[in-house]
Design a protein around this ligand. Structure first.
Ligand code: MBD
Ligand code: FE
Length: 281
């Protein structure tokens, strides 16, 4: 049985007290946000006739989500990261910034402080026998002039779709490097072609996705931060063509301009490091 309480003076006053609107102390921006968020939560409870059982199951879900460290994994699954990108794209368009490699989401698995290399980096530690991948590129400014000394921060998953640091079985900073571009703005990385990522099957994110009838898979992809002094930071990825999930990414990060065909250069053997030692031109 549905009851209407949102417009009552009692609920209005409750919301004001909850958000500290009658308090001199505190932060006005936070007060405004909390007031609006709680107003909208109450409104949803009223509009959808949320039962107390449904409400408390949501509370315990959030508890588990935090315990599992998955809040920043659920966010892209619910399109939040992509939505923020859409907003930044619109902001750029309004500011007349266009062209270049498009942005896409960072995701929750970046680790700062990867080894810094000049021009070339070997990214894998040689313990997994995968298809060898050579990543090459040129960093340019908006006019297309090469940028020397730009930083290309690259990270990607291993053959299991797992990322070092989060996967404690991998060596420190495995498949994570920062590469300084050479005098011609070029960088080269040798690594292994990654596998796609899947949300932990027993985790909170996958549990909700199951309720939505959705999978929690990402296509094989490689993350990039590109930065250079005096230039806007770029967060992007390349998404590998031919993956079952290239155009069906649970995190909505694939963009046509970012899909590339990865051709294996050779097959690596576990425990072996191959003979590429300097920039490949
Ligand atoms: C990932 O590797 C990722 O890039 C994103 C966006 C979400 C989960 C795992
Ligand atoms: Fe990723």
């Amino acid at each position: 049985m549905s009851v209407k309480t949102m417009q009552t003076q009692e609920v209005k006053e409750l919301l004001e007290k909850v958000a500290g609107l009658n308090q001199a102390a505190g932060n006005d921006r936070i007060k405004t946000i909390v007031h609006r968020v709680m107003h909208d939560v109450f409104q949803i409870i009223e509009d959808l006739d949320i039962t107390p059982e449904e409400f408390w199951s949501a509370v315990y879900y959030i508890n588990d989500l935090g315990k599992n460290g998955e809040a920043a994994l659920l966010a892209p699954g619910l399109g939040m990261d992509k939505y923020l990108d859409i907003r930044m794209d619109a902001e750029d368009a309004q500011a007349g910034l266009a062209g270049g490699t498009p942005r896409t989401i960072e995701g929750p698995l970046y680790v700062a402080g990867a080894p810094l290399c000049d021009g070339f980096a070997r990214m894998d530690d040689g313990t997994q026998a995968g298809d060898i991948m050579l990543l090459t590129g040129v960093v340019t400014d908006e006019q297309g002039n090469p940028l020397a000394g730009a930083t290309v921060d690259v990270w990607h998953a291993d053959l299991k779709g797992a990322y070092s640091y989060f996967d404690q079985s991998q060596s420190e900073y495995n498949l994570r490097r920062r590469i300084k571009t050479d005098a011609l703005g070029r960088y080269v990385a040798q690594s292994i072609i990654p596998s796609g990522y899947g949300c932990p099957p027993e985790g909170s994110t996958q549990a909700l996705l199951n309720q939505l009838g959705r999978h929690g898979q990402r296509p094989a992809h490689i993350h990039f931060f590109i930065s250079a002094p005096g230039h806007k930071h770029l967060t992007t990825q390349i998404n590998l063509a031919g993956d079952e999930y290239t155009y069906d990414d649970f995190a909505f990060a694939t963009r046509d301009e970012l899909v590339v065909d990865a051709r294996p250069v050779a097959r690596s053997a576990a425990g072996e490091r191959h003979g590429v030692t300097g920039p490949v031109t």
